[in-house]
Write a protein that binds this ligand. Structure first.
Ligand code: SAM
Length: 332
């Protein structure tokens, strides 16, 4: 039993620590500090730059809601892009839809993919070996600026707006996402802890409302992101996509062979757009501002530097093993 406590360092005024019963892997990659450890309550935990990204106990909530809400809203999504999401959880959910013919993952850090396959392969499942999947290792901002590919759905599974992920929360990036959407397509991103940091949700909503006909934040409860409701945000030019009834959603799930889910249901899907009064006010004000031309996105205040581990093994500069083990089908 290890006594090392690993602390989240993202928030300036409060900290959450998880006990690492065993540190499985720790490295300073080319892009970020990455640590994977066992915790008796949460299972395996991935932290990047001092922020919990996922735990095997509850990852299904976030991954199902990121993938199934936009995909079930669409009649027949064929081409899907995931930006970030190197752990493979969103790809796993996307590929459950039999109508999806191609799912492209654009991830900046190859080591997130390699270490997922090595330490928690159950999260990607077979996603990276699926013949419909393609992995591209590059910066999502650069990819979106340059791509001539078009998608029915773009899912931005980014980290928080700090470090390499900060660019994935900007107007510039979302504008390029819009350009890469097929007519009537859907863009989804994550907007963090809505009650504690409503500015994040408001910033994205302003940008979405300035770019799209419809901006629709929705919520889920993700226990490992301490601090209450977790917000996701959806944008589309097809307003009707959010009017599907439960019968239609259930029929789509059956037809596409999507089953065995742990969080998403047709009712959860519809209910996730019902916002508490305080959040509804934030969203309404942001939509109004965005429509009126205020398209300021969100920029996080500078985060404190990730704390150095107090005990445990020294942090390797880079992991030769992870670099050598190229993920299946990863492309530069
Ligand atoms: N579910 C998580 C959360 O909200 O905390 C997100 C997890 S996912 C692991 C975030 C991924 O985005 C990481 O693998 C990170 O390497 C990747 N990423 C960060 N910046 C990126 C960028 N500019 N382009 C592409 N991927 C990026």
């Amino acid at each position: 039993m290890s006594d090392r406590w690993i602390e989240e360092t993202f928030h300036a005024d409060w900290r959450v620590s998880l006990r690492a019963s065993k540190v499985l892997h720790e490295v300073k990659t080319e892009h970020q500090h990455l640590v994977i450890f066992d915790n008796p309550t949460w299972g395996k935990v991935l932290m990047l730059d001092g922020v919990t990204q996922l735990t095997t106990k509850d990852e299904h909530v976030y991954h199902e809601m990121m993938a199934h809400v936009p995909l079930m809203a669409l009649d027949k999504p064929r081409n899907v892009l995931v930006v970030g999401g190197g752990d493979g959880g969103v790809m796993r959910e996307v590929l459950k839809h039999s109508c999806v013919e191609r799912a492209v993952l654009v991830e900046i850090d190859r080591e997130v993919i390699d270490t997922a396959l090595e330490y928690y392969p159950e999260i990607p499942g077979g996603a990276f070996d699926d013949p419909r999947s393609q992995v591209i290792i590059t910066d999502g901002l650069k990819y979106m600026a340059e791509t001539d590919q078009r998608f029915d759905c773009i899912i931005v599974d980014s980290s928080e707006p700090i470090g390499p992920s900060a660019v994935l929360h900007t107007k510039e990036f979302f504008t390029d996402c819009r350009r890469a959407l097929l007519k009537g397509g859907i863009l989804v991103t994550q907007n963090g802890l809505a009650q504690l940091f409503p500015d994040h949700l408001a910033g994205t909503t302003r940008v979405f409302a300035s770019l799209f006909k419809r901006a629709a934040p929705y919520i889920c409860h993700q226990p490992c992101y301490f601090g209450g409701l977790f917000a996701l945000n959806l944008a589309t030019d097809d307003k009707m996509l959010l009017s599907n009834d439960a019968k239609t959603l259930a029929k789509r799930a059956r037809k596409r062979g999507v089953d065995g889910l742990k969080y998403w249901t047709p009712s959860v899907h519809i209910g996730s757009f019902a916002l508490p009064a305080w959040l509804e006010s934030v969203v309404e004000a942001a939509i109004e501002a965005g429509r009126a031309g205020d398209d300021r996105g969100y920029a996080a205040p500078p985060a404190p530097k990730p704390a150095k581990p107090k005990t445990g093994p020294a942090v390797a500069k880079t992991s030769a093993k992870a670099r050598k083990a190229a993920p299946a089908k990863a492309k530069k």
